[in-house]
Design a protein around this ligand. Structure first.
Ligand code: GUN
Length: 295
């Protein structure tokens, strides 16, 4: 079997075009243009690239975009002061604190400082609670993108055994939470595996849908999956590649070459989950702006 490739770039482009139309309508009808602010502290190269992508996508969707950059030496109080300023800015509907933060700044304190109604990352405890309760407001962007990709490529998780590898706050926990809910596009039986899981392969081999979010390059190999599995690869790992001009390349958490021989469908890296994450972030910003009109 050779896997169907789930094209995240294509899907994200069509979602982004729909969002752009909704933004234009919101602006025309209500004079409200959705505004996204991203707080970037420090100089993590990957974060700088991701933030630029988010900004470009927001502008293309006719939103207002603001990047607030702070030096790596900025204090926690500096970051909190910027978040506070953005909380009070009526032109900003969504705030995202790019992670990871420099180690002397507590990520939890920073994400909890964002007003829940502007928390388009879905990381505030209030929004996490809404998701857990089955009444989500802002679903974190990567999990929302994964669900969208599954449903829109014909692999609805309903009744399926989903195995999630990874228990991060941004991906593992919320995707497990989302897909177990009693709601359309969910209703899955979910198993979560992590670094302390014993005999991981015996569990991943049971997956109808396998979600890999472990930050380990090409960790999931063909012997760890069953024939016909649907694989969602969340990993973005840079590995040395002397044959490339820049000397490195991106790979996922899944050994694409071998696993795609057994899988029914698989997301590529790059071009899979990454672009969908950005599209879903924009969807949350649009939603946040719409809530200010309706509310
Ligand atoms: N860093 C990597 N992914 C994310 C994300 O989804 N949200 C935030 N805030 N930081 C990230």
């Amino acid at each position: 079997m050779t896997a169907k490739v789930i094209n995240g770039t294509e899907m994200a482009n069509s979602v982004r075009a729909e969002i752009a139309d909704c933004v234009a309508e919101l602006t025309d009808r209500h004079g409200v243009t959705p505004g996204l602010a991203v707080v970037l502290a420090g100089d993590d190269p990957a974060s700088m690239v991701y933030v630029r992508h988010k900004e470009r996508a927001a502008i293309e969707a006719r939103m207002i975009s603001q990047i607030v950059t702070l030096k790596a030496e900025a204090t926690e109080a500096d970051v909190l002061a910027e978040i506070d300023r953005l909380n009070c800015d009526s032109g900003i509907h969504g705030i995202l604190v790019q992670l990871p933060l420099p180690s002397h700044i507590d990520a939890r304190t920073a994400t909890e400082a964002v007003l829940p109604e502007k928390d388009v990352d879905g990381l505030h405890p209030y929004n996490k609670g809404l998701l857990l309760a089955g009444t989500p407001r802002f679903v974190p962007a990567t999990p929302a993108g994964i669900q969208y990709m599954l449903v829109n490529s014909g692999f609805d998780p309903d009744g399926k055994h989903v195995v999630v590898c990874g228990r991060s706050d941004i991906v593992g926990k919320p995707i497990a939470n989302l897909l177990m809910q009693r709601m359309p596009g969910a209703n899955a039986t979910v198993t979560v595996c992590h670094t302390r899981t014993k005999d991981l392969a015996s569990i991943t081999r049971q997956a109808d849908i396998l979600i890999a979010a472990i930050k380990q390059p090409r960790f999931i190999t063909a012997d760890m999956v069953k024939d016909g599995v649907v694989v969602i690869d969340v990993g973005i790992n840079r590995i040395p590649a002397p044959e490339r001009k820049r000397g490195s390349r991106l790979v996922g958490d899944v050994d694409y070459e071998s696993v795609s021989q057994k899988a029914a469908a698989i997301t590529p890296v790059p071009g899979g989950v990454g672009p969908m994450t950005i599209a879903m972030l924009l969807r949350n910003v649009l939603e946040a702006a719409c809530l200010t009109v309706e509310g």
